[in-house]
Design a protein around this ligand. Structure first.
Ligand code: PMP
Length: 314
């Protein structure tokens, strides 16, 4: 395994990278019973910050709640674990990967009683532009996948659960195999849902459209941030079910997520968007979003969580 950082926080201890191991009979390895998050820490003119750290860890807790999994740490403890992992690795900006999972002591699909161990770990490592640096300036080419997102009342899309990513794996693999940067999934009703690991936004006549949370999406924290930033900037945002063909008619299309941040889409199914790359509204949103971290956008929603607070006094 390529070493990405020196230390990993696991079950209350900062371990060396090589020592952060699990047993081969770990429940989550067999059945996908893990909940996880992807969170970014940014270096700003005022020091390092976690972006919506508490909101992400709340979603982690919510994902676990859907499955009746009790993570043996409080929100504050998990926040401290993330911050400690960042500082222990000497990182100023990074991608955090907290994960809680059903561990050892039971290989039955439905674990009995409290016997099964819930493990919690956090890794922090540098991660650049998820869909490539060039994509941020030129936009990426995507396709609609032949794989649909999980139907409602099957596997809950609102939970960021390890097992959900089998859908993302298939959508992303098919798209990359066909030469596209990413794949978009439709819901089982044939309407737009989201990318393999990103939410989807369309801009038509200066208004922003995005599929609603009921469209088999993960309710992204970047999605929520963009909606709030856009509304505060006077741009109308409409959350509603969207037919596939809107992808080909929109002026601008972009995807967003913690890893992908705001990634403009240049073409869908080989049809260029009208802007054929980042358009005016997408660029404005990128400026507002990245402005949070370079100091040009006021943090009016209290999204930036300083890391320094966690550094223990010498
Ligand atoms: N949808 C899926 C399937 C994802 O994996 C992600 C990335 N976590 C997102 C949307 C975007 O969510 P967020 O903005 O909270 O990272």
């Amino acid at each position: 395994m390529t070493k990405l950082a020196d230390k990993i926080w696991m079950n209350g201890q900062l371990l060396n990278w090589e020592d952060a191991k699990v047993h081969v009979l770990t429940h989550a390895l067999h059945y996908g019973t893990s909940v996880f998050e992807g969170i970014r820490a940014y270096e700003t003119p005022h020091g390092s910050v976690g972006f919506r750290l508490r909101d992400h860890l709340q979603r982690l807790e919510d994902s676990a709640r859907i499955y009746g999994i009790n993570i043996p740490y409080t929100l504050d403890q998990m926040i401290a674990a993330c911050k400690d992992t960042l500082t222990a690795n000497g990182l100023k900006s990074a991608y955090w990967r907290p994960v809680a999972f059903l561990g050892e002591n039971g290989l039955g699909v439905t674990p009995k009683g409290d016997n099964i161990k819930v493990d919690f770990a956090v890794a922090a490592f540098p991660w650049g532009a998820y869909l490539g640096e060039e994509g941020l300036t030129k936009g990426v080419d995507v396709c609609v996948s032949s794989w649909q997102r999980a139907a409602p009342n099957t596997i809950p899309n609102a939970a960021k659960m390890g097992g959900n990513y089998l859908s993302s794996y298939l959508i992303g693999k098919e798209a990359r195999g066909r030469g596209y940067a990413e794949g978009l999934g439709l819901g089982t009703d044939g309407r737009l849902s989201e990318g393999a690991g990103e939410n989807l936004f369309l801009i038509m006549n200066g208004k922003i459209h995005t599929p609603p949370v009921a469209a088999s999406i993960l309710g992204g924290i970047t999605r929520d941030s963009i909606i709030k930033l856009a509304k505060a900037d006077g741009i109308e945002v409409i959350e509603q079910a969207l037919p596939r063909e809107m992808l080909y008619l929109a002026d601008e299309v972009f995807m967003c997520g913690t890893a992908a941040e705001i990634t403009p889409i240049r073409s869908v199914d080989d049809i260029p968007t009208r802007a054929a790359g980042p358009g005016k509204v997408t660029k404005r949103l990128m400026t507002l979003f990245h402005g949070l971290f370079n100091g040009t956008t006021e943090d009016r929603f209290g999204w930036l969580d300083p890391i320094e607070a966690a550094v223990p006094a010498e």
